[in-house]
Design a protein around this ligand. Sequence first.
Ligand code: ZN
Length: 154
Amino acid sequence: MQVEQNKVVSFHYTLTLDSGEVADTSRGREPLNFLVGSGQIIPGLETELLGLGAGDKKIVKVQPEDAYGVQDSRLVQTIDRSQIPDSVDLQMGEMLRGQSEDGSIVEGKVVALDDQTVQIDFNHPLADQVLTFDVEIVDVRDASPEELAHGHVH
Ligand code: ZN
C-alpha cells in the first residue's frame, strides 16, 4: 500500500537543521501518525512522502516557504516594559506567551531588552530554516470512515 490521499501513515523521522543540529526525532519513541491530506504535517514534507510504502526510506529537504516560512520583520515587535507583568523575570532568549489581537495564543522570543522596552520576535523558531528530514515509513493503512470524517488519526 502506498502513501496517498486518505491513508494513515506511520513514520519515523529525524529533523536536522542547516547547522547540522538535530531539532527533533521520533527515534526512541512511537512513530508519528498522520492522515494524508489533513494538513497535519508540513506540506513540503507530505508531498515528498506520496508513493512511498512501508519500509521505504527517504531524505527530504524542505525549503522555508514549504515549511515554517521566512522571517517577517513585522513580527518583531518592540513593546513597553510596563506592559509585561512584574512577575515575569525578563531574560534574553526567553520565550513569552501572549495573546494576539484576534485572541489566539502567540509565542515569542525576547531578542533585545533595555530599561524601557523589550523586543520580541514572534516568528516561528524554525522560520528561514531549510529542514532536512530523514524519514522511514513504518506503516500505511486505509483511514477509517470516522477518521476521514474527523480529519485526524484515531
Ligand atoms: Zn476524532
